[in-house]
Design a binder for this molecule. Structure first.
Ligand code: HAM
Length: 426
């Protein structure tokens, strides 16, 4: 029997360029991770790596009991000591937990951290939705300035643009402060309660338990009823309104276009004030590339002091899928600098030792120990895009020489082995 991986997860592999599922090509992931690390460095975000699982309570308390993520999608299990643990469905709560536990929030007025890693959600399988997906997330803790909202949005857009993505839309909304949401909730319930029967089962449940979640609904009928509901933006109190206006102005100063979308609430309960999402016209139904928002009270809710905060998360799978759909160019994978081909048994040992020695010079090198004929070995050298090929035959060995082919220049010459290092210029 051959084992297969479970549904909704995937392997990242060094796929050949003509493979149809290029988004699983590990070379593209390595490239993307490098672009992210450089971007994070420019914006002064430090990396934090948290464990893959946490106590379940952490997510219930932060993401929210009534959200789809907590109520339907978590991989929760008991360990051998009957503690309830959960594979992290998102990265914000674990990051705050780590900051609080390690006292990082005591170092300086504000902190900027980022993470890259797998997240786990038991989702219905479809294109763009996986049970293990990967996120790059960035969070700023301890700064309520609207400029920080703009900085994060600009950084996320810069990532997409640097990778060559186009067809992007930035959706923006404000969920205001608590009082504003209370008033909006009342107005929403007052509009929808009389139409209760027309709502879907899920819609009725949301109306009773967490009416704001109705705005998130995927049911066409519910969405039509929501047309008559007021906009949350009409309920913003002056401080939240000023914050939102300042963010919009800052985005305009940065020449970043945006669309205000008063229905945008996002699927997690911890947000207040700014929420945003960036969609791509190059993805199907799951068109959200990334999103985030303010969560000014979450730090306190998790046992820390009041600290305003904002962040985003973006899915690496979706970034690569959008990029490939647009056929954006990725850097070519480099072949070995040196490929050594021994001809005959005696040359084999020497070729192996030479490969080892060249690696100590910092050269990326490979040795062909297959024993195949020269013609086949050269064909392989072409395929793997070797820069230099060294051929070591018995005659060359006797003279302490080798034949070296510079594959891109199509030249070939005989050189002493001791000149090899300077020949390849290291
Ligand atoms: P989220 O919107 O749930 O936010 O996820 C962020 C991004 O992760 C999405 O925009 C999408 O690209 C990707 N994503 C989410 N679920 C899946 C899935 N099942 N399969 C593939 N990709 C997926 C958060 O998780 C928040 N923690 C973001 C945040 C950080 N807010 C503040 N700070």
């Amino acid at each position: 029997m051959v084992f297969r991986h479970p549904k909704g997860v995937f392997d990242l592999l060094p796929l050949s360029p003509d493979h149809s599922d290029q988004w699983r090509n590990v070379h593209l992931w390595q490239h993307l991770e490098q672009v992210i690390a450089t971007l994070a460095f420019r914006y002064r975000f430090e990396e934090i790596r948290t464990p893959i699982f946490e106590f379940t309570e952490l997510f219930a308390r932060s993401v929210g009991e009534e959200t789809d993520i907590v109520s339907k999608e978590m991989y929760t299990f008991e360990d051998r000591a009957q503690r309830s643990l959960t594979l992290r469905p998102e990265g914000t709560a674990p990051l705050l937990r780590a900051i609080l536990q390690q006292g990082l929030h005591l170092q300086g007025a504000f902190q900027k951290y980022y993470y890259i890693g797998p997240m786990f959600r038991y989702e219905r399988q479809q294109a763009g939705r996986y049970r293990q997906h990967h996120q790059f997330g960035a969070e700023i803790i301890g700064d309520p300035s609207p400029e920080r909202d703009a900085e994060l949005i600009a950084m996320l857009l810069e990532l997409y643009q640097e990778l060559g993505l186009s067809g992007l839309t930035l959706h923006l909304n404000s969920l205001g402060d608590q009082e504003c949401r209370d008033h909006f909730r009342e107005a929403l319930v007052a509009t929808l309660q009389p139409k209760r029967k027309e709502l879907s089962d899920e819609g009725r449940l949301r109306l009773d338990r967490n009416p704001l979640r109705l705005l998130d609904s995927k049911e066409e009928g519910d969405l039509a009823l929501l047309e008559e509901a007021p906009s949350i933006l009409e309920f913003l109190e002056p401080p939240a309104k000023e914050h939102f206006d300042a963010l919009c102005e800052t985005l305009e100063a940065l020449s970043i276009p945006y669309t205000i979308n008063p229905r945008l609430v996002r699927g997690l309960d911890y947000y207040n004030r700014t929420v945003f999402e960036i969609t791509s016209s190059h993805l199907g139904a799951q068109n959200s590339l990334g999103g985030g928002g303010r969560y000014d009270h979450l730090f306190h809710q998790l046992g820390g002091p009041e600290k305003a905060a904002i962040g985003f998360g973006t899915g690496l799978e979706r970034i690569l899928q959008a990029a490939l759909d647009q056929k954006v160019p990725f850097p070519d994978l480099l072949g070995p600098t040196l490929l050594i081909i021994p001809l005959g048994e005696r040359a084999r040992r020497r070729a192996f030792l030479l490969a080892q020695e060249s690696r100590s010079w910092g050269v990326s090198s490979e040795v062909d120990l297959t024993g195949r004929r020269l013609k086949g070995a050269l064909r392989n050298a072409d395929q793997v895009q070797a820069e230099f090929v060294v051929i070591l035959g018995e005659d060359e060995l006797a003279e302490e020489c080798c034949e070296i082919k510079a594959m891109r220049r199509h030249t070939s010459e005989k050189i002493p082995l001791k000149s090899l290092r300077s020949y390849i210029n290291v």
